[in-house]
Design a protein around this ligand. Structure first.
Ligand SMILES: C[C@@H](C(=O)O)C(=O)SCCNC(=O)CCNC(=O)[C@H](O)C(C)(C)COP(=O)(O)OP(=O)(O)OC[C@H]1O[C@@H](n2cnc3c(N)ncnc32)[C@H](O)[C@@H]1OP(=O)(O)O
Length: 132
């Protein structure tokens, strides 16, 4: 089952500068975490039941560095919160969606995450996210 929009991921050049901008809007960063597996450093902002995830590259070959080089800063992905990510991935695969991750990986906050290619989701990089 899809429960909610878990978070929106935003690619930024400099995390500290971006935090100032987003906190200037009246929001508050709750955690800063490095996720080496994804080559990112992320600042998490809780907004109601959902979150905003500011993402800074930690290496030149990070997906975030590549994205910013091609498109500049901006919305990078949308994450849907699901209750059984393995089952959901299987369903999407059977339906013909192009999975980037066939099996979940571990993302920020220890969540199970998996990405679906933007070419099969109307130009949007989609993340499935399960928090237990
Ligand atoms: C911490 C964690 C968490 O949530 O817990 C995270 O967020 S980690 C967040 C960082 N990790 C990730 O993003 C992992 C999943 N991402 C990936 O595997 C990659 O970035 C891909 C999405 C497969 C793109 O990589 P690739 O090397 O193919 O790049 P590319 O530049 O050649 O892109 C191929 C085509 O996809 C488009 N494209 C690339 N990234 C896109 C994005 N974020 N949104 C929409 N379209 C995108 C490009 O413009 C291009 O289209 P054209 O061909 O039309 O020009």
């Amino acid at each position: 089952m899809i429960k909610k929009i878990d978070h929106v991921g935003i690619a930024v050049k400099n995390l500290e500068e971006a935090i100032k901008v987003w906190e200037g809007l009246g929001l508050k960063v709750d955690e800063i975490e490095e996720v080496p597996d994804q080559k990112v450093r992320t600042a998490i902002i809780h907004v109601g039941e959902s979150r905003i995830e500011l993402l800074e590259a930690t290496s030149e070959d990070s997906p975030i560095a590549k994205f910013i080089e091609k498109r500049g800063e901006g919305i990078h992905h949308i994450a849907l919160g699901v209750d059984n990510i393995e089952e959901h991935l299987e369903k999407l695969k059977e339906a013909g969606y192009r999975l980037i991750d066939e099996k979940p990986r571990i993302g920020a906050g220890g969540a199970k995450i998996a990405f679906v290619h933007p070419k099969s989701v109307t130009g949007v990089l989609l993340e499935l996210c399960q928090r237990d």
